[in-house]
Design a protein around this ligand. Structure first.
Ligand SMILES: [Cu+2]
Length: 121
């Protein structure tokens, strides 16, 4: 009988350990996703910020115009073509990248603006 009690106690300890691990892993996963995937590209001072973003297929990048004038972000890279048109100050425009690849971003108004979105599968 003593052995059975001991076994039950050990079993309970094991369940508590598994629950604690699951919780810790869940937190790490959520924290890791937010840290590893900057999903906003700002247009500030006639430049993209950041200039390079790495995301996964199906992720959405939000373009935020923080300048006091308009921008027109677009890409003509194969598989990642988009054109958000004239984007006014403060506007946020989401763009979803469905295909893996390396996509160069430009602005029609400011030819020197460049950024790269790398989409992994
Ligand atoms: Cu611009």
């Amino acid at each position: 009988m003593a052995n059975l009690k001991q076994a039950r106690r050990n079993w309970r300890r094991r369940i508590v350990a598994v629950l604690a691990l699951t919780t810790a892993t869940g937190w790490l996963t959520v924290g890791g996703l937010y840290a590893a995937t900057p999903l906003v590209i700002e247009q500030s001072g006639i430049a993209f910020l950041p200039k390079t973003v790495t995301i996964k297929e199906g992720d959405t990048v939000t373009f935020l115009n923080s300048d006091v004038f308009g921008h027109n972000v677009y890409s003509d890279s194969d598989g990642g073509e988009f054109d958000i048109g004239l984007q006014s100050t403060g506007a946020e425009v989401p763009v979803t990248f469905e295909n893996a690849g390396r996509f160069t971003l430009y602005c029609r108004i400011h030819p020197r603006m460049r950024a790269v979105v790398i989409v992994t599968d």
